[in-house]
Ligand binder design. Structure first.
Ligand code: SF4
Length: 231
């Protein structure tokens, strides 16, 4: 496990304790092929905050790159010590999404390029409206109108999601009970800020059982930016 994962580790910087807070990155594919990033922090004081605004806060102590695509804001606000039992500690903080009018060919390309098996479908504000998985796409192979089929045609309407502040165990229980492999994680404003896969849950439980699990590299390449999550 990365020594900064879990968001609870504190350290001393010039006498003040700072807390590493995971940067959440949602990259959304639009119909024109652009992959737009949005980077946020879950701030104890202000809720969901854009990283750019966080950088100008008096509590900000800079950004730390922990490798493997994981980056953290260093915050010296005493209230910022987030619990490592929340979904934030379990989820993949870099998530790929698509807008509802993206064609299925572009979605297939995205899944293959990043070796992932599902993506949330989001509206213009980043709020989830469905999920497209490889299974959804396979169902439509052979359709006459496949070249004009879009995400909204093949997605499974969103049934389950979870707040990033919920207990990590709740995410595991929901996925196990409902038999789902991916769970979008939402900020306090309802936007997608991460995703939990079945593998994320296994890694989390194994780590808490005392096993040393090497950090997973979540960096990927598309337009030179970090943007992958696991299958
Ligand atoms: S530096 Fe800390 S207190 Fe300030 S906006 Fe960022 S997370 Fe919030």
């Amino acid at each position: 496990m990365n020594d900064l994962e879990g968001e609870t580790m504190t350290e001393e910087t010039q006498g003040a304790a700072v807390h590493p807070l995971s940067i959440h990155e949602r990259r959304t594919l639009s119909r024109d092929g652009a992959l737009s990033p949005e980077r946020t922090i879950r701030c104890t004081q202000r809720g969901e905050v854009f990283v750019l605004n966080c950088l100008f806060c008096s509590h900000n102590g800079g950004i730390r790159d922990a490798g493997g695509g994981r980056r953290f804001i260093l915050c010296d606000d005493p209230e910022a010590n987030a619990s490592d039992e929340s979904v934030s500690a379990l989820m993949t903080p870099t998530v790929l999404c698509v807008q509802r009018d993206v064609g299925v060919a572009a979605i297939v390309k995205l899944l293959l390029a990043h070796a992932i098996s599902a993506v949330p479908v989001v509206d213009a504000d980043g709020r989830p409206i469905g999920m497209v998985s490889k299974t959804d796409l396979v169902r439509h192979i052979g359709d006459d109108a496949l070249s004009t089929t879009i995400a909204a045609d093949v997605m499974t309407p969103l049934v389950y999601s979870i707040s990033e502040q919920a207990a990590a165990a709740n995410a595991a229980a929901l996925m196990a009970y409902e038999g789902i492999h991916h769970l979008p994680v939402l900020s306090s404003t309802g936007r997608v800020v991460g995703i939990v896969s079945a593998l994320d849950v296994l890694r989390w439980f194994a780590t808490r059982a005392g096993f040393v699990i090497p950090p997973r590299d979540i960096s990927g390449e598309l337009g030179g930016s970090q943007c992958s999550h696991d299958t």
